[in-house]
Unconditional design. Structure first.
Length: 113
C-alpha cells in the first residue's frame, strides 16, 4: 500500500472513530464529556498528521480535498491544546468530517467482501 493510500485510510478511520465517539451525543453533552472531547481531539490530530504525510504530488492532483485545512486544524489543536475551541471541534464533527469522508471515498479502493 502506498503512503498516500495508507494516509487516506488513516483519515477515513479517524473520521469513523471520531464520529463514533459522539454517537448519541448532542452538542451540550459533548461539551460536558471531557473524555469524549479529548478522544475526538486525538482523531482530528491524526487526520491532520495523515494529511501532511500525503505526497505533494497527490495533494496537487486532488485540489478538491481540503489539505491545507486538515493540516492547519491539526496545528491549531496541537499548539493551542490549552485553548481548544470545543464549539469549533463540534462543528468540525457535524459538518466537516462527513463531507471529508465523502470527498476521500473515491480515492480509497473498496474492501473486498
Amino acid at each position: 500500500m502506498s503512503v498516500d493510500l495508507a494516509s487516506l485510510v488513516d483519515i477515513r478511520e479517524a473520521i469513523r472513530r471520531a464520529t463514533g465517539f459522539v454517537e448519541g451525543l448532542d452538542h451540550a453533552r459533548f461539551l460536558e464529556d471531557e473524555r469524549t472531547r479529548w478522544a475526538v481531539f486525538s482523531q482530528i490530530v491524526i487526520i491532520g498528521e495523515a494529511a501532511n504525510r500525503v505526497s505533494r504530488s497527490f495533494q496537487e492532483r486532488t485540489p478538491e480535498l481540503p489539505w491545507r485545512e486538515m493540516i492547519s486544524m491539526r496545528h491549531r489543536l496541537v499548539h493551542g491544546y490549552d485553548e481548544v475551541n470545543w464549539d469549533r471541534v463540534w462543528a468540525t464533527l457535524e459538518s466537516d468530517l462527513p463531507m471529508l469522508a465523502t470527498a476521500i471515498a473515491p480515492f480509497i479502493p473498496s474492501e473486498p467482501e
